[in-house]
Design a protein around this ligand. Structure first.
Ligand code: ADP
Ligand code: MG
Length: 695
């Protein structure tokens, strides 16, 4: 057991947080930092110097020797370049130095980060700039300074810059709406996010024996184990000691860097688990989720385990996603998606709800595109994760309210209240977070929306940029309309009714896994972009580009660059997978099954000589020979197809989707059958049972 009171001390002990700043900075510098964060006023160099000096002293006391600008390039993971604090002082001695300039601005060689064509080759420089709204922290003896990353000419080359832009924009528009409802206090509205992170833990020694896991993060072969997740005894089941030790260590590592790790439990699949933090502002949540993914892997390594963050490490077993819980909160502590208890609060709630519904309906294709990448294609629509069709689940109570507004009928609550809908008499809406629908891609869960289409490995930045910007757009339209309204109450009511009527097609409370829903969705005219190859092209559809350009979140070039990176990535991932498959087939599977079949033949002929029946040997050797030839043929076709991937990135994506994926499925089919015929000790790598039931 942990000593009492140790945890509050441990939490954030490696973070240069507000309290530490208050302690260690002059009140003038602390005040300047605070104004910089709340009002965006710039920091002067002397303040930056003081902050840098205090940061360095603090970090050195904690054992840090280096500092790094920690940023999030478009690869979707984090990057860092470490510099030590040392500065020579003559006589062969050094001092530890860190200036305000070094804090505020860095200049990593950016040429090896993807720019999607944004950066001309003659200008490889990129700049990092301190994000003073995110706290610096220590990781492995380095002071990490969260930064944005942009090109020489100012284009965003990262995932933080547009996120910060989108948070500002949604705040601006939301405050306009709040003013209309008489709120004169709120200065800022913050997008709040709590991402639930799923992952698999497997034994490291077994992992090392699988080239596919090492090269691609997922298994490319593997016959279904005799037992999968049918027994459902893993879900929320008792956590086994080795996993419990890992989780304890992980929690500690996360708490030290200030991540509010809160919940941990086993997930549906064997060896699958989940961690959820307490929600915070979207920028911090995004930084923290990156740190979480990194620490999950590092801590696993210390425990002789490997943490798999791939969306689908095992075919036929539930994959891993990330639930992005999103809401808007005011600096006065109110959640704008919390149904209120008075009619006026509820009119405001319904306006924000209407904005969300309209936005998701109008930009469903874009939201889908933000979660489109090869790993996630294995999950979406596979009866375990939401379908590829976007819809919103509202729950019974709220759907009742929405329907009565649309039809102008009385609202019959599931309680006994019957109320006339009208802005002056909006019904009290019962907060309903019991009504859960795991099949919905976007579920209202009482006071927030849960976007469930994200993949476990992806940065949550893109989807949250989209949610913030879409919301900003709709709120702006509403504010434009209502600010000039002659009769606010009447126009508000009309607007809510009109919007809900026009966009009700996006609301769906039924079973998202049901085939019938896909047909219904088609009738409703909803997008069903089943694969990345279908979804990515809509990323840069004119209406989507217009949205982000209008709000100053991305320039057209920045959007095209982002799309291009994802499109290129698709063919890269698929060809690495296919090449790894070919390698394993030729160098591991075929030699192993051939040797095994050879032994069987040898034994059959030995038995024949003695006049003993050899049915098993003959039949099995025959089947193996047939399947091995099919596998070879499939492998050859895959290799031929790999050799002629088109040069253009869009064509390559389509081609890999249409040609390589079927090739890989064909090869896998033959290999998995071979596995089931081959003696356990002759199969060249650990099986699904070994991997899934060993920790
Ligand atoms: P579950 O969805 O698994 O039942 P919870 O609803 O308790 O779990 O919370 C899931 C995640 O949603 C947590 O990270 C939690 O902090 C976050 N969350 C709760 N309220 C909000 C909110 N208003 N805005 C954003 N995230 C929230
Ligand atoms: Mg959840």
């Amino acid at each position: 057991m942990r000593e009492k009171n140790q945890l509050p001390e441990l939490f954030g002990s490696l973070v240069f947080n507000e309290e530490t700043m208050k302690d260690r900075l002059s009140s003038a510098s602390y005040g300047a930092w605070k104004r910089c964060v709340t009002d965006g006023s710039p920091l002067d160099l002397s303040t930056a110097n003081e902050i840098a000096e205090a940061m360095k002293q603090w970090a050195v006391e904690k054992g840090a020797t280096h500092f790094t600008h920690w940023f999030q390039p478009m690869t979707g993971i984090t990057a860092e370049k470490h510099d030590s604090f040392i500065a020579p002082t003559g006589g062969g001695r050094i001092i530890m130095e860190f200036s305000g300039k070094e804090l505020i601005r860095g200049e990593p060689d950016a040429s090896s980060f993807p720019s999607g064509g944004l950066r001309a080759t003659f200008e490889a420089r990129g700049y990092t700039a301190w994000d003073p709204t995110a706290f610096a922290f220590i990781k492995e003896e380095s002071l990490c300074i969260p930064t944005i990353f942009c090109s020489y000419s100012g284009e965003a080359l990262d995932k933080k810059t547009p996120l910060l832009r989108s948070m500002d924009e949604v705040s601006r528009q939301a405050v306009r709406i709040l003013r209309l409802f008489g709120d004169t206090e709120t200065k800022r509205v913050t997008a709040q996010v709590g991402p639930e992170q799923e992952y698999f833990l497997i034994d490291k020694a077994l992992y090392e024996k699988r080239e596919d896991l090492r090269m691609t993060g997922r298994t490319l072969f593997g016959a279904k184990p005799p037992r999968g997740q049918e027994l459902e005894d893993h879900y929320f089941g008792a956590i086994r000691p080795r996993v419990a030790a890992y989780m304890k260590d992980l929690d500690e590592a996360l708490w030290k860097v200030g991540v509010y790790s809160k919940t941990k439990h086993n997930e549906v699949a064997p060896s699958q688990h989940e961690m959820a933090p307490i929600y915070t502002d979207a920028n911090t949540a995004c930084d923290h989720n990156q740190l979480t993914m990194e620490l999950m892997k590092k801590v696993a390594d210390r425990h002789g385990l490997v943490c798999l963050l791939h969306e689908k490490p095992f075919a036929g077993v539930n994959g891993s996603g990330k639930h992005d819980n999103w809401s808007l909160g005011t600096d006065t502590g109110k959640n704008l998606f919390k149904p209120g208890s008075t009619p006026s609060q509820n009119a405001q709630f319904l306006l924000f709800l209407a904005a969300f519904i309209k936005g998701v309906d109008e930009y469903q294709d874009f939201l889908r595109a933000t979660v489109a990448f090869p790993g996630n294609d294995h999950r979406l629509g596979a009866q375990e994760a939401p379908p590829a069709v976007l819809s919103i689940f509202l729950g019974e109570e709220l759907t009742g309210v929405v329907e009565s507004i649309i039809h102008g009928t009385e609202f019959q609550s599931s309680g006994k209240r019957t109320l006339q809908i009208g802005v002056d008499a909006m019904p009290a809406i019962r907060q309903d977070n019991t009504d859960r629908n795991r099949t919905s891609p976007m579920a209202f869960t009482g006071n927030k929306f849960e976007f469930r289409m994200l993949g476990s490995s992806q940065s949550i930045s893109g989807p949250n940029i989209a949610l913030n910007t879409i919301m900003a757009e709709e709120l702006q339209q509403f504010a434009d309309e209502l600010e000039s309204a002659a009769d606010f109450q009447a126009d508000l009511q009309k607007l809510i009714r009109r919007v809900l009527t026009e966009h009700q097609r996006i609301i769906f409370n039924g079973n998202g896994y049901d085939e019938a829903w896909l047909e219904e969705a088609k009738r409703r005219g909803l997008y069903n972009l089943t694969s990345t190859a279908d979804a990515l092209p809509v990323y840069t559809a004119p209406k989507n580009v217009e949205l982000f350009v209008k709000h100053g979140i991305y320039t057209k070039e920045e959007m095209e660059a982002r799309a291009e990176i994802h499109v290129e990535n698709y063919a890269t991932v698929l060809s690495i997978e296919a090449k790894t498959m070919a390698d394993m087939i030729r160098r591991q599977i075929l030699p192993a099954v051939s040797a095994f079949a050879g032994d069987l033949c040898q034994r059959a002929s030995n038995k024949d000589a003695l006049g003993i029946v050899s049915q098993y040997e003959r039949e099995t050797a025959g089947k193996i020979a047939g399947l091995a030839d099919s596998l070879l043929t499939a492998c050859e076709k895959m290799e031929e197809d790999l050799a002629v991937i088109p040069g253009s990135s869009h064509e390559a994506m389509r081609y890999c989707h249409d040609t390589l994926i079927p090739d890989m499925a064909e090869a896998r089919g033959a290999a998995d059958q071979l596995e089931s015929l081959t003696a356990a000790d002759r199969w060249p790598f650990p099986t699904y049972s070994d991997l899934l039931f060993s920790v």
